[in-house]
Design a protein around this ligand. Sequence first.
Ligand code: SF4
Length: 433
Amino acid sequence: MPVGFSKKFKIAVGYPPIETDKGVPLLSQNRQFQFFNAKTYIYPMVPAYAASMAKQRGYDVVWLDGIAEEWTYAQWLAKLAEEKPDMLMVETKSPVVKQHWAVINDLKEKFPNMLLVWVGDHVTYVPKEIMENSKLDYAITGGDYDFMLSDLADSITKGVTLVGGIWGRKGDNRVKLSEFVKYEKSDITGEIDAYWVSGPLKQTHNLDELPFVARDLTRWELYAYANGNYKYTPATYMYSGKDCWWNRCTFCVWDHTINPMGTYRRFSPERLFAEVKHVVDNYGVREIFDDAGTLFVGPPLKKFCNLLIESGYNKKVVMGCNMRLNALTQEYYDLMGEANFRFILYGMESGNQETLDRLDKGLKVHQIEEGVRMAKRAGLEPHLTIMLGYPWETEEMAKNTIAVAKRCFQKGYVDTMQATIVIPYPGTPLYKD
Ligand code: SF4
């Protein structure tokens, strides 16, 4: 143990509350940050895996999701004071990052010895920004912070050489830096080596090596009921892939920052099934939503469905997932129906070919109706998400999108729908446009 850590090293993973009257801030496990009127708490899968991995590596871990717990900021601080973690990891996003700079500085004042680690899409896109604007200790870039949080703790507590992709400050002698370390200048002070970057980021971890989510530790009940994606509760989330094998849509922030092109990885069907079985057997879970950007397709999907069917777990649990509208044939939908898939969420985005092409959606307008028709025929309950307000969109185009979605409804191919206003996120091609 390094100086100052004579007891077992304790890691907290969580979110500070965001005190607002705009609704429930959906920060966790959400590609697009939004405020929800209806209470909705999405299980933050990567932070949950980070906590579970840290526990597996022998650390004391506490879960402090101030948003889902509905704590005030003062209550969250009181929890931190009670738990006294040595390190705190928080995921942030662009719309709240400035609030988080203030939180970081406040925490540094109140708990000067607690090491602060921030992660997420915004931090990955502009890591220097948060280092410059707050007293943050470490920024982990990329989407593999489920593994890398423990790697960072291992470097601090065991002297293991730090993996690449992590930012820190000059003069930090708690971690062991590799020969690949690079230094970055502060644009504020002009100091040429104000920050170090621990080396190139590698996102090659084998996801099958992740432990099952420690659901008791991560307070799974908080996320088991208040979520519109569930019909049967208690329900829970899985995250079988980082993030989406299509990986291209120009607005999709996770697929351009934390999980960029070339880094897609997924669970094996056997690994996913093992965790499904685990939550059904041990927690009585009745429905599972797999939140990989798009669920795996082809032989792995066939294998996964067959595992559910052959084991009889298709009688015990209902499955849901995100899917692309033109990814599956009727044969696959039928197999998913038999495996007891219910909720299937499609990002339709637009009913205009020009917009779909500009978004690199890889989708033809006619495939929208074809996709939901096949899903419905197999007994699934399709959900469409559309977006309005693209910079190039005319009123007529927006109306056309609504008309395409409405037609799917009228034909009985779609059960539910969600419309959002486009928000271009820093780090996406749409934002750069
Ligand atoms: S298909 Fe969905 S998850 Fe995949 S890149 Fe496009 S928007 Fe993102």
